[in-house]
Design a protein around this ligand. Structure first.
Ligand code: GRF
Length: 208
């Protein structure tokens, strides 16, 4: 059984999808061991507490240097014995120490079909605003491993979502979450926990 640490900053609907998947058995061979928030008032923390999951808060601004914060987060993740880290709406950038210590063991969910609408500055509603501005007919979500390049790590799963006439960034964000993010994030985490993901030449190979 692998220990999962989920890093959050906000509402935690992706965390909820993981909790639900754990409860209904679609998340196999993994257990959410700890929820770590960058904000003490994140609603995601309430979701964790209601489900008896251990919580921690770590804020970058409480550290004098980014290096110190990076080390403290790495130590916290080791202390909770995390085998895999899930970024579920975590708004603080990860430092090189965490990324190196957990190479190919950090999974992020991004609300577009990478490599479209990703990289520096593409987070939250901005991703959907840009997709609507470009007039794409399909968008979606991507679950991927995290490396030193923003949204540049090996892709694990993707799912497309149709853009509809009259969509606003808010409507599109909601549809992408409901139809794609909440489905592929728990699937990707389960695949990892079942040892069904290999990384070869910067790409993933998934086994049945
Ligand atoms: C999601 O849109 C996700 O794609 C992005 O941050 C948002 C998190 O929402 N990385 P929630 O906190 O899981 O509700």
């Amino acid at each position: 059984m692998k220990n999962i640490a989920v890093l959050v900053s906000g509402g935690g609907t992706n965390l909820q999808a993981l909790i639900d998947a754990q409860k209904n058995g679609t998340l196999k061979n993994g257990c959410i061991a700890c929820v770590v928030s960058s904000k003490p008032d994140a609603y995601a923390l309430t979701r964790a507490q209601e489900n008896g999951i251990k919580t921690r808060v770590i804020r970058k601004k409480d550290y004098e240097t980014f290096e110190g914060y990076d080390r403290a987060l790495k130590e916290l993740l080791r202390e909770v014995k995390a085998d895999v880290i899930v970024l579920a709406g975590f708004l603080t950038i990860l430092g090189p120490q965490v990324i190196k210590a957990f190479e190919n063991r950090i999974i992020n969910i991004h609300p577009s079909l990478i490599p479209a609408f990703c990289g520096e500055g593409f987070y939250g509603l901005r991703v959907h605003e840009q997709a609507l501005m470009r007039g794409v007919k399909l968008t979606g979500a991507t679950a991927h491993f995290v490396n030193g390049i923003c949204d540049g790590g090996p892709i694990i799963l993707q799912k497309a979502v149709a853009v509809k006439d009259g969509d606003t960034p808010e409507l599109l964000q909601k549809r992408v979450m409901m139809e794609a993010e909440w489905e592929i994030l728990p699937k990707a985490v389960s695949l990892f926990c079942e040892d069904k993901i290999k990384v070869v030449d910067g790409k993933t190979v998934l086994s049945e």
